[in-house]
Design a protein. Structure first.
Length: 375
């Protein structure tokens, strides 16, 4: 395996995605979860071929995508997915919003584990449901006592982040078994956002929730190639069920939800799942090295900043409370030309923290920490 290359920063600044266009040109943008690595060659080849044949019409997932996903899940996690249990949607956010609408009524509670992926709060508000918090514990793990207390309030849905963004936590099989037991006991349906599942780093292993005994009847999973292969702008994700009861939920989704999928997203996802694993392995090796580099840089230049090495994702959750409360660390780093994500947006427990994207070059990451230290 080999580490992946990154274009120089002037080349990166030619990109037109939000990461590179939403901030001052001289800033180092390390917030939004998109990577700076070049596309995997099989994906690049398939997208070029589609353009060459003027193949830019409406998406048709057919069996190609479900076969590609089921093969990848079996090889990677020994997860057997029935092809007819896969529903294609535009992205994980769209899938979550539509599933929340299917699974509960306006005003019902939806449980989350803050600090957690900020759009969870927005999706719940969009559907007219109410946030019920069960914060992570002091070790940034699922607090099962807090989760049971939240379930006792009789919410309809639990929105699980598996692996957990922003803290990079990989939930254990035992923790997930407890989630399933509590969901069954309190009649709560679980939506498991597993978009970061392919990004579990060396030393940890992902457990798909639907492989946990008993999860079939209480849970639905959402997966995508978007984070692991940097395809978010192409719009393609998959909902997976494992029982007739949960399949009846996806069967009720509005038909147009499926037709909002991106054609290039389908093409790229098929290539990722079928031919992109060697590149993914190189990516994980590269991210492991960046994780080590960030740890060294922080220890040398910013010892007052604490963090737990993420088990998954390419995101560092930095405890900067020694620098200031609330969003003050974010503001100081921004003034120094480094864009991070302010911790408070991730909910309870986020104050005094920032989320930093380490999926970039050694040079950019090093310069970013130097600027942050100088601030």
């Amino acid at each position: 395996m080999a580490q992946l290359p990154v274009d120089d920063i002037e080349r990166l600044r030619q990109r037109r995605s939000v990461k590179w266009r939403a901030h001052d040109r001289d800033a180092l943008p390390l917030p939004v979860a998109e990577m700076d690595f070049q596309l995997a060659p099989p994906i690049r080849r398939e997208l070029h071929a589609a353009v060459d044949r003027s193949d830019t019409g409406y998406a048709y997932a057919g069996t190609d995508l479900t076969d590609a996903l089921t093969g990848f899940a079996k090889r990677r996690w020994d997860w057997t997915i029935a092809p007819d249990s896969v529903t294609v949607v535009a992205d994980v956010g769209v899938g979550c919003v539509e599933l929340i609408r299917m699974l509960c009524k306006p005003g019902d509670g939806v449980v989350v584990n803050p600090p957690v992926y900020a759009p969870f709060f927005e999706w719940i508000a969009e559907t007219g449901r109410q946030v019920v918090e069960a914060p992570l514990d002091g070790g940034l793990r699922l607090d099962l006592d807090a989760l049971e207390a939240a379930f006792a309030k009789r919410p309809a849905v639990y929105l699980l982040c598996n692996p957990h963004n922003p803290v990079g936590r990989v939930h254990t099989p035992e923790e997930l078994a407890a989630v399933v037991r509590l969901a069954a006991q309190y009649d709560v349906r679980v939506i498991s956002d597993e978009v970061h599942a392919p990004l579990v780093l060396p030393g940890a292993a992902h457990t798909p929730l639907l492989t946990v005994p008993g999860a079939d009847d209480v849970a639905i999973a959402l997966v995508a190639a978007s984070k692991a292969w940097n395809l978010a702008g192409l719009k393609c994700a998959q909902i997976v069920t494992a029982s007739s009861e949960m399949r009846s939920v996806t069967d009720r989704l509005p038909v147009n939800v499926r037709y909002r999928v991106g054609h290039f997203g389908v093409i790229a996802s098929v290539a990722a799942y079928t031919e992109g694993e060697a590149w993914l392995d190189d990516l994980l090796e590269t991210l492991d090295a960046r994780r080590d580099l960030l740890g060294r840089l922080l220890a040398e230049s910013m010892p007052e900043v604490r963090w737990q090495r993420p088990d998954a994702t390419y995101l560092g959750w930095l405890d900067c409370r020694a620098i200031g409360p609330d969003a003050e660390p974010y503001e100081k780093f921004l003034a120094a030309g480094v864009v991070t994500d302010p911790g408070p947006k991730f909910g309870t427990g986020g104050g005094g923290h920032v989320r930093l994207n380490l999926a970039t070059s050694e040079e950019i990451l090093t310069e970013a920490v130097e600027r942050m230290s100088a601030a």
